[in-house]
Design a binder for this molecule. Sequence first.
Ligand SMILES: [Zn+2]
Ligand SMILES: [Zn+2]
Length: 424
Amino acid sequence: MTRLVQFALLLTAVCGMAQGSALEQEYQDIEEKVITWRRDIHQNPELSNREFKTAEKIATHLRSLGMEVQTGIAHTGVVGILKGNNPGKVIALRADIDALPVTERNDLPFKSTVTSEFLGEKVGVMHACGHDTHVAILMGVAEILSKNKDKINGTVKFIFQPAEEGAPPGEEGGAALMIKEGVLQNPDVDAIFGLHINSQTPVGVIRYKSGGTMASAQRFTINVKGKQSHGSQPWSGVDPILISAKIIDGLQTIVSREMNLTNEAAVITVGKIKSGVRSNIIPESAEMIGTIRTLDYDMQKQLNKRMEEMVPAIAKAYGGEATIEIVTNTAITYNKPELVTQMLPTMERVAGKENVQTQNAITGAEDFSYYQEKVPGFFFFLGGMTPGTTESYPHHTPDFLIDDSGLLLGVKTLTEMSLDYLNQ
Ligand SMILES: [Zn+2]
Ligand SMILES: [Zn+2]
């Protein structure tokens, strides 16, 4: 090793340490602000595609940091663009901002008492998935990074996305619409990071999975056509209820007999079946709807193909007809393994090696997956369960609760991941 190289390495090490400690003070200083923002947003939740006040607060904050700000993207989405002092890659950070039609049951000083209308009904509104924490964390990251532009080689795009929980019927929304409106372009995004707070992971802990992390959700509709007859004379008709039973049975064998379940999990659920009017009539038709969950695109392709082959074939075998339509609602939240490997040292440095843990795949879905269809991405889970407790309520429930003390780790992790990604 030459003297020059030794000196360069020493300089890098010292600068690295100096940078870490400089930001450490900024992290400590911002925690209270982040918690205040979170509590304010928690107390003023807004439903998907109706996040008007939330978006206004975000835009005002980003503008106050001197950032280029775009509003009204995918209805209420806000994007901030922060250019570093030096040229380089473009990293995007995404927070979802919508709340749910749930009435809060927690006894908190910042409890939500907001009500709204959802599908024609009056409902309570609550940040029952913790997106309030995502907003506050990303506002904190934006503030810290905007004050450290000299440390940024490249650009950071802050994506505040509406309607992750799904747009109201008849409306577009969420990640898919943001992408359609060009959020990943101009400047073109090289990679994207996102996190989800988790009420059942302890504060201080980060959990992740490489590869398929959250499932693709597909909805299917099956229409079975038989021939109506008197219930006492099945031989003069074709029974669509019996055919439906055979189809349900057949579909489950695709999962249990044809999928390589040691690779990834797969689920087919028939959630609704509708047929007939009274006891002594064999009806003309039956309809079934259901959901498919997959974590691997090859498995999804195979599973869809087999469903499309099997449904009409079973109906035909019993003298009827059946069609199936499959619609994809959400893609696979796929963490690109190379990107996970690249960013893991940063996460371990920030959270402590023992606090960065792997986890099993989740068969729930997340629309962050749409960004990952276009650019490499890493989506991970941040602990929000009060230290010392062993039990907590799941997401989307009236008692769902996130401990504020978990937020700072989110700020640190996203900030350091951005800097490391851009400066590596
Ligand atoms: Zn949710
Ligand atoms: Zn969520």
